[in-house]
Structures are given as structure tokens and as C-alpha cells.
Design a binder for this molecule. Structure first.
Ligand code: MLT
Length: 407
């Protein structure tokens, strides 16, 4: 008799964004005349930057001729892309990262979900609340938690991110092994200073812990004092893995390209207490379970770092940040307290009512989709998240409708 992995039975009914999509589809079926505006999932709406499109086309043409055709590429990514990433995203900011520490993949969602496989099932996990559900669910699937009770899984250390701490959690008071952090944060839009990140790096070094740092939204940082990478902090090479994505800066949500940085100094420990480097283990996993991102997509991603690519990306991110400014301004005028929106595409709004009720009200009365904060964790109850990823016109219309619905 085949037995299933019972950890899957501990999961909440469905993945947050699938749940929302189902509710929106049901609403749309019942109200076919309503033109629903989606400010829910952080999915980009504008076309790929022209530099990426040209590189993409050229690479497809290469694939069309026997002489330039490419079959399987290196699992870790082509050297041209790994070198461009190391030089532009890290070395240019004074962070010592080499090309062979970059692992190109098809998404930060997959990488942040898969990385936990490298660590023992009894590792003590520290996870922010609210949080991008992938970090949590993949640890549940792996069996690192008990049951879900009273809005939380047993066996985890939750790091509360609340208004009181500006949505930047304090260090845990009990020892933890693996710490998930995301800045600029999804869902709260909060950012962490160099000093705050340093305290986490110091904690990890003192406790032989490892930080999994999700920097998928770094391109939205406008404040020059804020760090874009955890490797801007001294000592982080020993204790941090960083995840990046081309989804939100270059519009690759449907094109799929991301990368994970695993510095060679990053260590975990075997049962005898001996140091084991994480880099060769991630490399082993990557080569076994992944066959690389397609050549044309990697060429398109490389174009992000060309002169034109850089200018176009700045414009694209600026476009969404203008939406974020508008949402934040209008939400503020309506008297809600909120966070984010200045260095982030997300605006985290305290609605002072049940998150799902607020979600239903906005959908029914305004035809606007948000993300209910409770879907990101217990501390998200009472909040909703609005995303700036839509056209200016739609964001303006959505805010006018929300104003009307609430007045
Ligand atoms: C979100 O809306 O939180 C993100 O789009 C999810 C993701 O990037 O997978």
C-alpha cells in the first residue's frame, strides 16, 4: 500500500494566490459586466524591455541555424549571464560575489522553495509573519512543522513583523538554524537598513545559523542609504544565501529567469559537527533536478545589464513606483495607516477589519482585487496588500472606485 507524505495534509486548503484566483473567477462569472481591476498578485503588466526583446529574438535566430544551435546548456547558467550578474549586481556595489557562486534558475519561487532540501528535517526554522507563503509551505511539506493550530504551525519560530517594529522583526530570543528574510519585504513593503541586516548577520555568525535572503524586489529601492544585497554587509558571505529574480525588475514573470547566490564560505554542519560547504550541495541538487534556463531567455536576461537595458529597466520600475506613490497617497487620504510603497511595489494597509471581509468588500463594491493580509500569516490579519503592478490608468480607476466604495 502506497502511503502519502502526510505533511501535505497539514497544509492549508490551497495556495493563497490560487485561492484568490478562484474567488475572483467566481465573482467574474456572477458579474460578467464588471471590469475587475487586479491589484492582487504581484504580476507585472508591461511588455519586456526592448533590449531584452531584441536579445531574445537574436537568440531564437541562433537556435534556428545548425551552426549556432545550442542543446543542453550548463545547469548553473551560461557564463555570459553569470558573469554579467556578478559584475553588475554585486561587484559594482562593492559586494564580493564571483560568477561561479551564481546559480541561474527559472524562478525565485522555486529556489526559495527548494533550498530547504539541503538542511536537516530537524533544523529550527525562523520565519517572518506575515510572509511569502512559499517559505512556510515548503517547510511544512518537508515535515519541519507540527499541525496548524490557532493560525500557526507548531514547531516554527515566528518572527512577528508589526507596526510596532516597522515590519522589521527583532532577533529571535531562542536559538534558530535557518532564517528567512525578505527586503524590500513582500508583503509589507518594509525595508531593512544596513545596521538591521548587520544584526542578523552577526546573529547568524554567532549561532551557526544561515540566512535565506530574498531580494526579489531590490530594484524598487529608491533610498540610496538602503542595501540592495545582504552581501553589502561584512561577514554575510559566511552565513547568507541570496535570491534574486528578473520577474519584477524586467517583467520576466512569464518569461522565467532568476538566480540564487551561494557563496563558497557558506557552511552548515553534519551530525558530527563538521562544517559542510553549502555551495557544492546546491550545485549537486541543481545538476540533478534542473536542466538550465533556455538559451534565449538567458540572452534576454543578459540584456538587462546592457546600457539600453539598464535605462529601460529604470523606466519600467519607475512606472510601477509612480503607481505605488498614487496608491499610498490615496490610501493615506482615506485615513488608513499603511506601510511600503516608497521602496517597494507593495502597499500594506491596515483596514481595521477582517482581511477577507475587506477583500470581499473591495471586490464586490469596487471590482478591485487586493490580497488579504491574513493569507500571509496571523500578523497579517486586519491588513490588505495592494500591488502597484498595473497600468497607470487602471490604478487611477481602482483608487477612484475604492474611494467611492468606502465613502
Ligand atoms: C506576490 O504577489 O506575492 C508575488 O507575485 C508572488 C510571487 O512572486 O510568486
Amino acid at each position: 500500500m502506497l502511503k502519502i507524505n502526510e505533511n501535505y495534509l497539514k497544509l492549508q486548503a490551497s495556495y493563497l494566490f490560487s485561492d484568490i484566483a478562484k474567488r475572483v473567477a467566481a465573482f467574474q462569472e456572477a458579474n460578467p459586466a464588471t471590469d475587475v481591476i487586479k491589484l492582487g498578485i504581484g504580476d507585472v503588466t508591461k511588455a519586456l524591455p526592448a533590449a531584452c526583446v531584441t536579445a531574445f529574438h537574436d537568440a531564437v535566430d541562433e537556435m534556428a541555424a545548425d551552426s549556432s544551435f545550442r542543446g543542453y546548456g550548463p545547469e548553473q547558467g551560461y557564463p555570459f549571464l553569470r558573469e554579467a550578474i556578478a559584475k553588475n549586481d554585486f561587484q559594482a556595489r562593492g559586494a564580493e560575489i564571483e560568477a561561479d557562486e551564481i546559480f541561474v534558475s527559472d524562478g525565485a519561487k522555486c529556489d526559495t522553495g527548494n533550498i530547504q532540501e539541503l538542511f536537516s528535517v530537524d533544523a529550527q526554522i525562523a520565519i517572518p509573519d506575515p510572509v511569502y507563503p512559499v517559505y512556510l509551505d515548503t517547510n511544512v511539506m518537508a515535515g519541519r512543522t507540527g499541525i496548524f493550530a490557532d493560525g500557526r504551525y507548531e514547531g516554527l519560530v515566528y518572527l512577528d513583523s508589526t507596526k510596532e517594529n516597522n515590519y522589521v522583526p527583532e532577533l529571535p530570543t531562542e536559538p534558530v538554524d535557518l532564517i528567512y528574510l525578505c527586503f524590500p519585504n513582500n508583503p509589507t513593503g518594509s525595508t531593512a537598513t544596513k545596521e538591521q541586516l548587520k544584526s542578523w548577520v552577526d546573529y547568524a555568525r554567532e549561532n551557526k545559523a544561515l540566512i535565506l535572503f530574498d531580494a526579489a524586489y531590490e530594484a524598487f529601492i529608491r533610498d540610496d542609504a538602503l542595501p540592495h544585497s545582504i552581501y553589502e554587509i561584512d561577514g554575510a558571505r559566511e552565513v547568507a544565501i541570496e535570491f534574486r529574480s528578473f520577474s519584477k525588475n524586467a517583467g520576466f514573470t512569464g518569461t522565467r529567469c532568476a538566480y540564487t547566490v551561494v557563496p563558497k564560505e557558506c557552511m552548515a554542519y553534519d551530525s558530527s559537527g563538521n562544517k559542510q560547504a553549502v555551495h557544492p550541495l546546491w550545485n549537486r541538487r541543481h545538476c540533478t533536478k534542473f536542466n538550465g534556463v533556455s538559451y534565449p531567455v538567458q540572452r534576454a536576461a543578459e540584456a538587462v545589464y546592457s546600457r539600453q537595458g539598464r535605462e529601460q529597466i529604470k523606466e519600467l520600475v519607475g512606472y510601477y513606483l509612480t503607481n505605488a506613490d498614487l496608491i499610498a497617497r490615496e490610501i493615506g487620504k482615506l485615513g488608513f495607516s499603511y506601510a511600503g510603497g516608497d521602496n517597494s511595489p507593495y502597499i500594506w494597509i491596515f483596514g481595521n477589519q477582517d482581511s477577507w471581509e475587506f477583500f470581499d468588500m473591495l471586490l464586490n463594491k469596487a471590482g478591485v482585487v487586493c490580497t488579504p493580509g491574513a493569507g500571509f500569516g496571523k500578523c497579517g490579519q486586519g491588513y490588505i496588500r495592494l500591488s502597484a503592478f498595473n497600468s497607470h490608468e487602471n490604478v487611477e480607476r481602482a483608487m477612484a472606485r475604492i474611494k467611492k466604495a468606502l465613502s
